[in-house]
Design a protein around this ligand. Structure first.
Ligand code: P6P
Length: 358
């Protein structure tokens, strides 16, 4: 009989590599897995229950909240707020940090999460996902502060995502490789189905919203020409386009098949000069996963892991996947978008100076 490894067993085995471990991280991951099971149950029923459709409320970014968004956000918070493992949280659905209630103890970990990314796809039965990032507390005192939330990606203790699709998968890394668990709903357990995930050396796909091509910089336009083998020298890899419009689904496919996911800065929306995706609870955790699997992630100028956040919800351009593909887009941006790079560096510096001065 093949060895059945539950996520609990896997976490306990991994914990043995950390002699000082108290079990708090292991229990935190259990809590995340349980929240994922509860959300999975609702997403599979979404077509049946009255949970479909807009909740009526709008989130911090003025986007209409789907009821599943609200349910996922509340479920994660309620699974975490009383355990004594966290000192503070942050969610894509809330402008301000989520503090641990005074009547609950605080712990030494920090959790940032996007409770249900891609939620606009809910009504069309397209895969959606939860993304999470875990840091250690660095501030003084018992309770967490904004400084604990605004840590650069290289300080992440762990990161992962749950993809709610044809099956529910939890993919995570705690710095010792990337491991995928598939939910067996008949027993309510996440079973190890994809140990030690590595980005394949030979990439297959590129993912970008081609509909925005007219808003791209010259560097991005030329890079995509190269990707699809249309560059003058014909040296490009000739990749196929796959784009679902659900970050977790697009990321997961490229992680498994090799490729690059891109959400570049574009001139389409002046309110979002640096693209749409968020650094702290989308790009940084996925960058952690990609690099643990042998890939690389960049904003086109800097490694994602090196970026010091200046705002909880700051947006950045995002390129993630096979290292050589991501490094190549950095080359194209350096070569053809020098003015934009200078402006981006200046805007970032000013924003970081302003954040420090507050
Ligand atoms: P666009 C979904 O709304 C999301 O935040 C990500 O999941 C996805 O990658 C992106 O937006 C798609 O955005 O502008 O291509 O529709």
């Amino acid at each position: 009989m093949p060895k059945v490894i539950t996520i609990e067993r896997h976490l306990l085995e991994q914990q043995r590599h950390f002699p000082q471990a108290t079990g708090a991280f292991t229990n935190l991951m259990y809590d995340i897995a349980l929240a994922a099971k509860l959300i999975a149950r609702e997403t599979t029923r979404a077509g049946l229950a009255d949970i479909l459709g807009m909740a009526g409320a709008t989130n911090t970014h003025g986007e209409e909240q789907q009821k599943l968004d609200v349910y996922a956000d509340q479920t994660i918070y309620r699974m975490m707020d009383h355990t004594g493992r966290l000192c503070i949280m942050a969610s894509e659905e809330h402008a301000e940090p989520l503090h641990i209630p005074d009547h609950y103890p605080c712990g030494s970990y920090v959790l940032l999460y996007d409770p249900l990314d891609g939620s606009s796809n809910i009504d069309y039965n397209v895969s959606i996902g939860t993304i999470f990032s875990i840091h250690r507390k660095i501030s003084e005192g018992e309770r967490g502060t904004m400084a604990d939330l605004l840590q650069p990606g290289y300080r992440q203790v762990a990161a992962g995502y749950v993809i709610f699709g044809s099956s529910t998968m939890l993919v995570y890394s705690a710095g010792r490789g990337v491991h995928g668990f598939t939910l067996d709903p008949s027993i309510g357990e996440f079973l190890l189905s994809h140990p030690d995930i590595r980005v394949p050396d030979k990439p297959k796909y590129y993912s970008v919203n081609q509909g925005y091509e007219r808003y791209w910089s010259e560097g991005i336009r030329r890079y995509v020409e190269w990707l699809t083998g249309r560059d003058p020298e014909g040296t490009g890899p000739g990749l196929s386009l796959r784009y679902i419009g659900s970050l977790v689904a697009d990321f997961h496919r490229n992680l498994m098949t090799g490729g690059i996911f891109m959400y570049p800065a574009d001139r389409r929306d002046p309110a979002k000069p640096h693209g749409k995706l968020r650094l702290t609870y989308e790009c940084a955790p996925l960058a952690f996963i990609a690099e643990q699997a042998g890939g690389y992630a960049s904003d086109g100028v800097n490694p994602i892991r090196s970026i010091q956040p200046h705002d909880l919800h700051q947006r950045i351009p995002f390129f993630v996947g096979n290292r050589e593909l991501v490094e190549r887009v950095e080359e194209y941006i350096r070569r053809y978008d020098a003015d934009w790079v200078e402006q981006y560096r200046e805007q970032t510096r000013l924003a970081q100076d302003e954040a420090v001065s507050v």
